[in-house]
Design a protein around this ligand. Structure first.
Ligand SMILES: [Mn+2]
Length: 308
């Protein structure tokens, strides 16, 4: 069995060539994922799942390598993945920027994808946005340059190539939709989730998926203080969930003191899975659950939230 300590060691001793070939290999693999891949049913950049089996769902990491290691350890992903009961490890996006260990964090998630391709889903966050919608501050290029010198810029351009193939979302039949930021408020069918990246920037679906946030006590959508995406009300959430025939939205994107928060009468769970500056949240959290559970709302998931 592959040991986490071994992968960690590799992450810190990585050469430019090794990192580039890992990024190229996983990018090519993710780009080619189509149709039935293990239990994943892939259409465009959307993953559809049947409600069965275990899933571990991870929110924003932002270069917090230690929290990522903690999640892999405490969820016992590596032990379980080699046994019969195979869990899925789903990342909600925002791997780099802000934390000290953006390079190592990218290395670890891509290494896991390379080792267990059918067990890992890498979603797209606003820090993995399209060229015309990049998040600021975006310190990944500086981080790579500090670690790899001049060649850091080559690695960076390879990672940028990866961004456009990361997933817009995951739909677990009858249960959940997972996206990084928020609801594409003008989506008229599930196709707007599957092909949001192709419709960008003519249509705003991708922007809202990556950038939007829920707001309480409002109807419809409002402009967001983030300068991209929208703030959306509970009516918008309800309409979107009904359209997808699911009950709840699981997303990342917002920091929260306890590592998670609930919005829109228990229809939205936000997960934030990293610690440290610049947020200083007292806990981080991830979700570990059996997808065949049939909770009616987020309150029914409380015992599956793992705070640390
Ligand atoms: Mn984000």
């Amino acid at each position: 069995m592959i040991k986490l300590a071994e992968i960690t060691h590799q992450a810190f001793k990585l050469s430019t060539t090794e990192f580039i070939s890992l990024i190229e290999e996983t990018t090519e693999f993710i780009a080619s994922e189509k149709g039935q891949v293990g239990e994943l049913n892939i259409e465009g950049r959307l993953v559809k799942l049947k409600p069965s089996g275990e899933a571990i769902i991870v929110g924003d990491l932002h270069g917090d390598f230690e929290s990522l290691r903690h999640i892999i350890k405490t969820s016992r992903f590596l032990e379980k993945v080699t046994q019969k009961k195979k869990p899925l490890l789903i990342f909600l996006g925002d791997y780099g920027d802000r934390g000290r260990y953006s390079s190592e964090t990218y290395f670890l998630v891509l290494k896991l994808k390379q080792l267990f391709p059918q067990r890992i889903v890498l979603m797209r966050g606003n820090h993995e946005g399209p060229d015309d919608l990049l998040a600021h501050p975006h310190d990944l290029p500086e981080n790579l340059q500090r670690k790899f010198g001049k060649e850091g810029s080559v690695i960076y351009s390879k990672i940028r190539d990866l961004f456009k193939f990361l997933y817009n979302g995951v739909v677990v039949e009858k249960q959940f939709v997972m996206i990084h930021g928020g609801v594409p408020s003008e989506a008229s069918s599930i196709d707007d989730m599957k092909f949001a990246q192709l419709k960008h920037p003519k249509e705003r679906h991708l922007e809202e998926i990556l950038w939007s946030d829920p707001a309480e006590d409002v109807k419809g959508t409002y402009s967001s203080p983030r300068g991209a995406g929208r703030l959306f009300g509970e009516d918008v959430t309800k309409r979107f969930l009904d359209m997808l025939r699911v009950k709840m939205l699981i997303r990342g994107h917002e920091s929260s003191h306890d590592g998670f928060k609930i919005n829109h009468s228990g229809r939205i769970l936000t997960l934030f899975s990293r610690k440290g500056p610049p947020y200083f949240n007292s806990s981080a959290a991830y979700l570990q659950l059996d997808l065949s559970l049939e909770p009616q709302d987020i309150h029914g998931l409380m015992s599956h939230i793992c705070k640390f």
